[in-house]
Design a protein around this ligand. Structure first.
Ligand code: HMG
Ligand code: NDP
Length: 431
């Protein structure tokens, strides 16, 4: 069901209580009363459910779930759930989505959900000849794979290609690698792919005369890229004493640093992953898989670099792009089991895994912009630390009724430090 969210920037959402926010979200998304119950402590994952998810369960580990506002993705208003412990990320994403709105928000698309299953083929007498034998039998092998999963076949998924290459230089000498390209539809796809490569391995051994050792999905899902772009009008970039041109050119120079230097690129991409991981996590998807894929893709040319690009268009507006592997699903893993993940998907109103992947790319790009805009102007600490101050106040032992007051005091003093927070608390208690 598509989300009916109206212009989510119209409400000062962050000034509401948690209960009021839930009511606003239900109203904006057109969901039934109670559909977002899973966002509350009473309605989320319980220990009994958790006990069936992993091993040796001893309890639950909760994270804050915030909602990024103002996102327009391909013309549609989207409310974006983000599970993250770090202050200023949700605010930064919401702010940049607001800046992107006048030029239409985010424009995204994604490749078909093609995942790669790898087979490592050892002990062939002549790897190059074995490669050709395998390619000659490609259609027969793909036909065999097609029959493994009738549901996926019915849904329009299944095998798409078999690619074979020889790795000439490895610590154990040359060997053959086959990639089964598999359309996993709305799944992340690890299980379907792993099943398929394990099933066809004996046939691969018979054809090549070799021994198939590893049969496993590759997390470098470079056949399943998600892409997002946005334009920020020059006029909307001015900020404090900084002219729009200074902000734009600062952002471009900050990106150039990441494009050219891996030490900076790691931090730059961490900023992108602040947004990406938070949505991946909120929807019950495997963030290790997305992280591994993203960083491997960033190093694909043999040198680790930025996942995004920033530049200017003919009118001088700022333009940003992000392209990265996005292996996320709507059906498998924890997405179907975790009640909060189910509610998060409903709130976004996504129908396909590809649609979810595109929203995640948009959030990654917005998050990158938030960090670059702050870094290239006032620095990261003012915006970040003023929101971080509440966490420092809690860590210093402030009771709930004093958290906000203490945080404000720390920000005012420009000393967001736990020792100072403890000192202030002691002074208040002795009054
Ligand atoms: C934090 C802001 C947004 C403040 O920015 P500001 O200028 O103080 O904000 P504002 O009060 O003018 O409000 C502007 C908009 O921000 C949002 N906003 C504002 N306050 C809130 C709030 N309390 N709760 C929710 N949303 C908030 C909201 O959308 C609001 O619009 P409105 O709704 O009022 O029309 C800005 O300073 C910012 O974007 N900073 C960067 C945040 C960031 O990148 N955090 C990541 C943590 S640092 C890191 O891990 C990565 C890094 C930095 O190393 C990556 C890298 O190096 O590239
Ligand atoms: N390297 C990695 O990243 C690895 C990750 N994992 C884990 O794998 C999990 C994700 O695996 P995944 O295979 O997605 O999950 P599942 O196997 O749980 O779910 C996918 C299955 O759901 C069924 N299905 C129902 N409807 C659809 C639909 N519309 N589109 C596609 N499939 C549908 C299909 O199974 P059927 O046809 O059989 O009913 C499909 O194979 C994650 O938990 C991840 O952590 C595991 C191993 C390695």
């Amino acid at each position: 069901m598509p989300s009916k969210a109206r212009n989510s920037g119209a409400v000062k959402f962050y000034n509401l209580s948690v209960e009021e926010r839930l009511r606003v979200l239900a109203d904006e998304s057109g969901l039934q009363e109670g559909a977002l119950q899973a966002f509350t402590a009473q309605g989320g994952l319980n220990v009994e459910q958790a006990d069936h998810m992993i091993e040796n369960v001893a309890g639950l580990h909760a994270l804050p779930l915030g909602i990024a506002r103002n996102f327009i993705v391909n013309g549609r208003e989207v409310l974006v759930p983000m599970a993250i412990e770090e202050p200023s990320v949700v605010a930064g994403a919401s702010f940049m989505a607001k800046l992107a709105r006048p030029a239409g928000g985010f424009f995204t698309h994604a490749d078909p959900p093609h995942m790669i299953g790898q087979m490592q083929i050892l002990d062939t007498v002549h790897p190059q000849e074995a490669r050709l034998r395998l390619l000659e039998q490609k259609e027969r092998l793909l036909d065999d794979v097609r029959e493994i999963d009738p549901l996926l076949k019915k849904l329009g998924g299944g095998p798409r290609d078999l690619q074979v290459r020889v790795i000439e230089d490895s610590p154990i000498g040359p060997f053959l690698v086959a990639h089964l390209i598999y359309d996993v539809r709305d799944a992340m796809g690890a299980n379907a792919v792993n099943t398929a490569v394990e099933r066809i391995a004996p046939a691969v051994e018979a054809i090549t005369g070799g021994r198939v050792l590893l049969r496993i999905l590759s997390n470098l899902a470079d056949q399943r890229l998600a892409r997002a772009r946005c334009t920020i009008r020059l006029a909307d970039l001015g900020f404090d004493a900084f002219t729009p041109e200074e902000v734009r050119d600062g952002i471009i120079a900050a990106w150039a640093f990441a494009a050219a230097d891996p030490y900076r690129a790691a931090t730059h991409n961490k900023g992108i992953m602040n947004g990406v991981d938070a949505v991946v996590l909120a929807t019950g998807n495997d963030w290790r898989a997305v992280e591994a894929g993203g960083h491997a893709y960033a190093a694909r040319a043999g040198r680790y670099t930025s996942l995004s690009t920033w530049g200017k268009d003919a009118e001088g507006n700022l333009i940003g792009t992000l392209e990265m592997p996005m292996a996320v699903g709507l059906v498998g893993g924890a997405t179907k089991v975790h009640p909060t993940a189910q509610a998060a998907l409903k709130l976004m109103g996504v129908q396909t895994a590809a649609e979810l992947a595109q929203i995640i790319a948009a959030v990654g790009l917005a998050q990158n912009l938030a960090a670059l805009r702050a870094l290239a102007t006032e620095g990261i600490q003012r915006g970040h630390m003023s929101l971080h101050a509440r966490q420092v106040a809690i860590a210093a032992g402030a009771p709930a009724e004093l958290v906000e007051k203490l945080a404000q005091q720390l920000v005012q003093e420009k000393t967001v430090r736990i020792d100072r927070a403890e000192e202030i608390l002691r002074a208040w208690q002795n009054q």
